[in-house]
Design a protein around this ligand. Structure first.
Ligand SMILES: C[S@@+](CC[C@H](N)C(=O)[O-])C[C@H]1O[C@@H](n2cnc3c(N)ncnc32)[C@H](O)[C@@H]1O
Length: 214
């Protein structure tokens, strides 16, 4: 794993934590909120892991009566998630942790969720493999992700702009997350196209039955 990239990712999110919610306010209101609801309505199981919880925008969407453990690499983002959890009276267990090396035993969860996270995790395949390890065999992995558009001109443009966007904001805009999910040894159940051109996808995958860690 590239530790330097992980440290940089952490410091970028620590830097933008105070303005993150403001930056996303419009897309959150008109699109993200609806997509979050769609994702969480499909989560199956009682022991749920959320990785890259950020400022806690998913907390209000957690299904009732489930145990959620949520982790993030950035202490400043997590601080905001803690505040939000208190305001919402949520019992989510929030922890500072790297998705690329989760401190949980194999098969500790029934499902794992990440929203707009694998665009930022330095080694996404490693992180997705970790999700596969900590989710029980046959359990769900649900991702909401913006990805590289599969069109020659726009895709190339995204590749060119990517280094600038990463430095400025943190996420990569040209990740091939569906392919990464496969590379991590997870089985894709379905991919829902949420935005035009396949820019945002809801990916529902499962860990293989009878196999831990993909
Ligand atoms: C674009 S934000 C999304 C936050 C939140 N999931 C949401 O939907 O608003 C990406 C989040 O992923 C976190 N992140 C990036 N790399 C990570 C890693 N390796 N392990 C855990 N969290 C990570 C960042 O700190 C940041 O909070």
């Amino acid at each position: 794993m590239d530790d330097k990239a992980t440290i940089q990712t952490k410091s970028r999110y620590n830097r933008i934590a105070p303005v993150y919610d403001l930056m996303e306010a419009i897309v959150e209101r008109f699109a993200f909120r609806r997509w979050r609801e769609r994702l969480w309505s499909q989560v199956d199981g009682n022991r749920i892991l959320e990785v890259g919880v950020g400022t806690g925008k998913n907390i209000s969407h957690y299904p009732r009566g489930v145990q959620v453990t949520a982790v993030d690499l950035s202490d400043k983002m997590l601080e905001r998630a803690r505040r939000r959890a208190q305001e919402l009276d949520s019992e989510v267990d929030l922890r500072l942790m790297d998705a690329q090396r989760l401190a949980f035993p194999d098969a500790a969860f029934d499902a794992a969720v990440a929203t707009f996270v694998f665009c930022s995790v330095p080694d996404p395949v490693l992180g997705l493999r970790e999700l596969g390890r900590v989710v029980r065999p046959g359990g769900q992995i649900l991702l909401l992700e913006h990805v590289r558009v599969n069109k020659p001109v726009i895709g190339k443009l995204m590749d060119l702009l990517d280094p600038f966007v990463v430095r400025l904001m943190g996420p990569h805009i040209n990740r091939r997350t569906v392919e990464n999910v496969r590379k991590a040894g997870l089985e894709i159940e379905r991919v829902e196209e949420l935005a035009p051109g396949g820019l945002v996808k809801l990916i529902v995958a499962r860990t293989k039955q009878g196999q831990i860690g993909g």
